[in-house]
Write a protein that binds this ligand. Structure first.
Ligand code: C5P
Length: 226
């Protein structure tokens, strides 16, 4: 039996993956996997449990029992840890940096692999992350790699934080983005890189509408009628 359709959207933080995956999932009525949220919640749970982010064995144990769920709401998908809404807490810059540290451990990634694959379902799935097309769903029917310059990603993040009423220093954001990129691109296991069969889309000079249009043209080419 043919496997349910998966559209993977990989790329660095701030390239617009979240917005693109939300739009695609809504358009096709597909399920959505925000794999970054899983690493963020694991890092958050580990910190709460007093674990060191370099303690791979303890992190694996935490990953195995992680009680995580996603709940759709009017203002987007909420992320629950042990039934408690941690959506706000896991979206800070610090939570992102901690997620990236946790995600660098190969055994931790292994422990989370099946949990991610279980999201594949009919009629389809849009999966957002770093290794969706390379490791988690290597047989995905459509693979997109969304990139953008670090400077533009920092600008977008600054704007997003300001809209939320938070103070944000552009230079600090840029520095953090570069550090996280460095860690994600250079780790030994599942480094951030495009799958050989991925469409590489650079969103630096594109609006989200233009990104969506290009993604849709590629999806049509791969899946036929959409
Ligand atoms: O996408 P997001 O910024 O929420 O991801 C947080 C961190 O989780 C990333 O910087 C990356 O280190 C890690 N991650 C990963 N593999 C994924 C998704 C996220 O390693 N598939």
């Amino acid at each position: 039996m043919a496997k349910a359709v998966v559209i993977t959207v990989d790329g660095p933080g701030g390239a617009g993956k979240g917005e693109l995956t939300r739009r695609l999932a809504a358009r096709f009525d597909y399920a959505l996997l925000d794999s970054g949220a899983i690493y963020r919640v694991l890092a958050y749970a580990a910190r709460k449990a007093g674990l060191a982010l370099f303690d791979e064995d303890s992190l694996v144990q935490e990953a195995q029992v992680l009680n995580l769920s996603f709940e759709p709401a009017a203002d987007g998908v909420h992320v629950l840890l042990n039934g408690e809404d941690v959506s706000q807490e896991i979206r800070t810059e610090e939570a992102g940096a901690n997620a990236s540290k946790v995600a660098a451990h190969p055994a931790v990634r292994d422990a989370l692999l099946q949990r991610q694959r279980d999201f594949r379902q009919e009629p389809g799935l849009v999966a957002d992350g770093r290794d969706m097309g390379t490791v988690v769903f290597p047989d995905a029917q459509v693979k997109i790699f969304l990139d953008a310059s670090a400077e533009v990603r920092a600008q977008r993040r600054e704007l997003q934080l300001k809209k939320q009423g938070k103070t944000a220093e552009y230079a600090t954001i840029l520095q953090e983005i570069k550090e996280r990129d460095e860690r994600d691109r250079n780790r030994a296991t599942a480094p951030l890189k495009p799958a050989p069969d991925a469409l590489i889309l650079d969103s630096t000079a594109l609006t989200i509408e233009e990104v969506e249009e290009k993604a849709l043209a590629f999806i049509k080419e791969k899946l036929g009628s959409v």
